[in-house]
Design a protein around this ligand. Structure first.
Ligand SMILES: [Cu+2]
Length: 357
C-alpha cells in the first residue's frame, strides 16, 4: 500500500486527506461535489448486470472453531448499472456486485485481514467503515481508495454482535443509497444457537428523479434524498427482489423449521419497522447485540439506519410469509418485501381458513 500516492490521487479527486472522511462536519460535501460525483458515475462506462440483489442464503456457515484465527476478506466497490424493477435502470454502487454486500462471518478474537480493491474502471473513491472495528472511522480512512488503488486493513474483532459496514466517503448518504452497506457477524466465543436456516436481508432507500415504475434510466436525486423522500424502499437492492415477482422467494422451508434472519438497515435515512406478516419474531437480538438477552415474541422491531437485528421465527403452518417494513406504504408502493415459503401439513387446529359451521 503506497499511502502517499493514494492520498495524492484522492486529493486530485477533491477528497484527499484525513478530513475527507465522513464525520468531519467542516468537510460536508457541497451540492456541487455531489453533482460532480453523479456526473462522473453516469459518464463512466460501467458493466450492466442482471442482478444486484444478494442471495439471501449466501451466508458462511456457523463457526465451529474454538480458537481465534485470521480471516482474509476482500471487498471490491463495484459500480454497476442494473434494474431496480423491470425496465427501470439505476447506477448502483455495491460491495462485490451485490446489495447488501457480502456477509462476513468471524468469531470474537479473530483478526480480519481486509484487502480493499477499488477497481480501475470505477469513477469514484470508496472506502468501508465497519461498526465491528474498534479504531478511528471503523477503518474508513485506512481504506479510502481512488479507482485503481488497493488498501489493506487488519483489525481484531474484539466484541461480538451483528454489525453494519458501509461506505463512509464524504457523500456517504449517496453511496449508501446506491447500495454500499452489508453485515459483519462476530460470533461470540460459544457460537450461535443452532437453527435450520439462516437468511440475510438488507433494507435501504433509493432516491431517483422519476416516479416508481416510470420506465427508463433513473438518475440519483440529491434533493429527494435531502428531503428523505425515496422513490423506492427495497430489500436486497431491488423492488420485491425476493418474491416471485423478482428473483424468487427468499427461501422455501418446512413447517416447524427455525429460520434466523440477519437484517441490516442501510438507510441512509429511514428506520425499518421489521415485521413478519402472519408470524412473530420468536427470539430477537435487538440492535444485533449478542451480549444482550434476546427478546421474545416480538411483532415489529424498529431497526434504525446503521443498525441490525437478528430475528428467529418458525412456521407452525404452511404458506407464504411476507417480511416487511410495517411502514406499509413502503411495501405497497415502494417495493419493500421479501417472502419465505413454508411447506408442510396443514394444521387446522392452529389455523383454519374454512371452519365447518
Ligand atoms: Cu462508496
Amino acid at each position: 500500500m503506497v499511502r502517499t500516492t493514494r492520498r495524492s490521487v484522492l486529493e486530485a479527486l477533491g477528497v484527499g486527506g484525513a478530513a475527507a472522511v465522513a464525520g468531519c462536519a467542516a468537510n460536508a460535501p457541497t451540492a456541487a461535489d455531489t453533482e460532480r460525483q453523479r456526473t462522473a458515475m453516469e459518464q463512466n462506462a460501467k458493466p450492466t448486470v442482471d442482478r444486484v440483489a444478494a442471495d439471501p442464503t449466501d451466508i458462511p456457515g456457523p463457526i465451529q472453531r474454538s480458537t481465534p484465527t485470521t480471516v482474509d476478506v476482500t471487498l471490491r466497490p463495484e459500480e454497476v448499472t442494473a434494474e431496480i424493477e423491470d425496465g427501470v435502470t439505476f447506477d448502483y454502487m455495491t460491495y462485490n456486485g451485490q446489495v447488501p454486500g457480502p456477509f462476513i462471518r468471524v468469531r470474537k478474537g479473530d483478526t480480519v485481514d481486509l484487502t480493499f480493491e477499488n477497481p480501475s474502471g470505477n469513477a469514484l473513491p470508496h472506502n468501508v467503515d465497519f461498526h465491528a472495528v474498534a479504531g478511528p472511522g471503523g477503518g474508513a480512512e485506512a481504506t479510502m481508495t481512488a479507482p485503481g488503488e488497493t488498501a489493506r486493513l487488519r483489525f481484531k474483532a474484539t466484541y461480538p454482535g451483528a454489525y453494519i459496514y458501509h461506505c463512509a466517503v464524504p457523500n456517504l448518504d449517496m453511496h449508501i443509497s446506491a447500495g454500499m452497506f452489508g453485515i459483519i457477524l462476530v460470533e461470540p466465543e460459544e457460537g450461535m444457537p443452532a437453527v435450520d436456516h439462516e437468511l440475510y436481508l438488507g433494507q435501504h432507500e433509493i432516491y431517483t428523479d422519476k416516479e416508481a415504475g416510470e420506465s427508463g434510466k433513473h438518475r440519483f436525486d440529491m434533493q429527494a434524498m435531502k428531503r428523505e423522500e425515496p422513490t423506492y424502499v427495497v430489500m436486497n437492492g431491488e423492488q420485491y427482489a425476493l418474491t416471485p415477482d423478482g428473483h424468487g422467494t427468499a427461501a422455501t422451508v418446512s413447517t416447524g423449521d427455525t429460520v434466523r434472519t440477519y437484517f441490516v438497515t442501510g438507510g441512509p435515512n429511514l428506520t425499518s419497522s421489521f415485521h413478519p406478516i402472519g408470524n412473530v419474531w420468536e427470539e430477537l437480538y435487538p440492535e444485533g447485540s449478542l451480549t444482550t438477552r434476546p427478546e421474545t415474541h416480538v411483532q415489529t422491531k424498529p431497526v434504525a439506519p446503521g443498525s441490525t437485528t437478528i430475528a428467529t421465527m418458525s412456521f407452525p403452518v404452511p404458506g407464504n410469509f411476507k417480511l416487511v417494513d410495517h411502514a406499509l406504504s413502503r411495501v405497497a408502493r415502494k417495493g419493500c418485501m421479501a417472502i419465505v415459503t413454508a411447506e408442510g401439513e396443514e394444521r387446522p387446529d392452529i389455523f383454519d381458513p374454512n371452519p365447518e359451521q
